[in-house]
Ligand binder design. Structure first.
Ligand SMILES: [Zn+2]
Length: 110
């Protein structure tokens, strides 16, 4: 027996995600099937809008929703201290420590 095409299609999409194999993808889809339509609509909207307001900071290369990210547009940051990060996720992690007041440069855009 095969899954209905709408289910199989979504399993195939989830299975493309890093570290998600077909069985995990299947669990995700069956979890979603049990959710109220409102939650599915919010999930769908989040996916549709994911890249709409996203750009790359023209100064440091991190992903941002503005021309300059919140670090580069903050004049109270110390430009003499530069933290080189490989991903925007790393940059957020450093920021969340609230210990670093220098600027960051992104190694790549991810
Ligand atoms: Zn920046």
């Amino acid at each position: 027996m095969q899954f209905p095409p709408s289910i199989q299609k979504l399993i195939d999409q989830f299975a493309k995600l890093p570290t998600v194999g077909p069985k995990t993808a299947e669990r995700y889809v069956f979890y979603l099937l049990k959710q109220p339509q409102k939650n599915l609509d919010e999930f769908s909207t989040s996916l549709k809008e994911l890249k709409k307001d996203i750009s790359v900071c023209r100064s440091c290369g991190a992903i941002s929703n503005q021309e300059l990210c919140s670090i580069c547009s903050n004049s109270s940051r110390d430009p003499a201290q530069v933290c080189v990060i490989s991903t925007t996720q790393d940059m957020i992690s450093v920021e969340n420590t609230n210990k670093y007041q220098g600027i960051t440069m992104s190694w790549g855009v991810t």
